[in-house]
Design a protein around this ligand. Structure first.
Ligand code: MLT
Length: 264
């Protein structure tokens, strides 16, 4: 489905009925990375997956990107769908956007699920890495960043033994537009430190991390779990950064249990 949101076309899927759960994907991917969550969880909940501005079938304007603007897009899409409140699940960059969303629209958040993400801002070295990646993708195309990204996203065992999954992630990156890749790299580099926000998060919160996640490793997840009042933490074995793709059943169980409690 498509909607006109904040001057661009935003693509999304809306499946199932019941308590809405909105999913925000990781970088530089799109909502198809959430297909297994949509399929399993839409039997019990209303699952909304969004191609964030710059990704998938949504427009990728050649202009300035900020995570706050993506949060504004999500807010406007909720208005369009007549949804007052939802559970929000953010994977990695999707989690960064949820911090921006919570700053402005906390009243819409019934529960937060922060998966393979972190509250801290980029280090200087991290910002420089984003600049280099933007230049590489601009000069050589998105396929040039596949090999840099893959080992950050998937575990060594997955890369060796699950060629179909590797190909799926590769294709998502290769089909991304440069304007979206570069725009989001800049947006992530500029994002503020969200650590001071953690203590102010008052809604029920579930943190999820793959035990092998190197991009946003378990200590980052523990920091969020320690600082957000009453947050719970689940560590998924044999999963790296894209835990929802590597261990979908475990990932879905954690979300279903959390959402079921909030449905009562
Ligand atoms: C992501 O998965 O969204 C990215 O790895 C996040 C990042 O680069 O910080």
């Amino acid at each position: 489905m498509k909607a006109q949101i904040n001057g661009i076309t935003l693509a999304y899927s809306d499946q199932g009925t019941g308590l809405p759960i909105v999913f925000l994907h990781a970088f530089p991917l799109n909502r198809t990375m959430l297909a297994q969550q949509e399929e399993a969880l839409s039997l019990r909940f209303r699952i909304i997956t969004i191609d964030l501005r710059g990704h998938g079938e949504s427009d990728a304007p050649l202009w300035r990107y900020t995570l706050e603007q993506s949060a504004d897009d999500v807010n406007a899409l909720l208005d369009h769908l007549l949804i007052q409140q939802a559970i929000f699940t953010g994977l990695s960059m999707g989690g960064y956007i949820l911090f921006a969303f919570y700053r402005k629209y906390a009243h819409r958040v019934k529960g937060l699920i922060l998966a393979d993400t972190r509250a801290q801002a980029d280090t200087l070295e991290g910002k420089d890495g984003r600049f280099q990646m933007a230049q590489t993708s601009y000069k050589k195309g998105p396929s040039a960043i596949v090999d840099i990204m893959l080992s950050k996203l998937l575990s060594p065992a997955t890369i060796q033994m699950r060629p179909t999954l590797v190909q799926q992630v590769r294709a998502m990156i290769e089909h991304s537009q440069i304007s979206g890749i570069a725009g989001d790299l800049m947006a992530m580099a500029e994002r503020p430190d969200s650590t001071p926000l953690l203590k102010q998060i008052t809604c029920p919160t579930q943190i999820i991390v793959g035990e092998l996640d190197q991009a946003t490793p378990p200590p980052d997840a523990r920091l969020m779990a320690d600082q957000i009042p009453n947050a719970r933490l689940a560590i998924i074995p044999q999963a790296a950064h894209l835990a929802n793709l590597e261990q979908p059943e475990r990932f879905n169980q954690i979300i279903a249990a959390f959402a079921s409690e909030l449905s009562k």
